[in-house]
Design a protein. Structure first.
Length: 135
């Protein structure tokens, strides 16, 4: 997949309306795009408009038989657009050790956690992930 194609796909995914079944303060998209050993993920969050100090933590795991498992996590600040507005946060997760790779394995996993300014966990979302090559 070319860089331009990947950007178009990301734009398309970001423009898609979110399913009505989404509830809570955080929503992890189940697809990730891997480039140069890093995993690019997309997470939608809801938090009170204008509030500062909210954080998003993302944990990703890619599995492929016959090779070491790739894991990584990232914590970043969140933009709060309002409790009824979803704001998409694209993040790039660097691997802990083994670089991320394309994989459709059933053991692939992702977890997104949203914390308020006091550090209280206000939302979490876990998914079986699919990692696509993005070169």
């Amino acid at each position: 997949m070319t860089f331009v194609t990947a950007l178009l796909m990301a734009g398309f995914l970001g423009a898609m309306p979110l399913p009505a079944a989404q509830t809570g303060a955080v929503w992890l998209h189940d697809d990730s795009y891997v480039s140069a050993g890093k995993a690019n993920a997309y997470i939608d969050v809801q938090c009170p408009k204008g509030q500062q100090g909210w954080t998003l933590t993302v944990h990703l795991t890619a599995v492929k038989p016959g090779q070491p498992t790739a894991t990584g996590s990232l914590t970043s600040k969140v933009t709060c657009d309002g409790e009824t507005q979803w704001h998409q946060h694209p993040v790039t997760v660097r691997p802990d050790k083994t670089p991320f790779f394309a994989s459709h394995n059933e053991q692939n996993a992702g977890v997104a956690e949203l914390r308020d300014p006091t550090g209280t966990l206000v939302g979490t979302n876990s998914k079986r992930m699919t990692f696509y090559a993005w070169d």
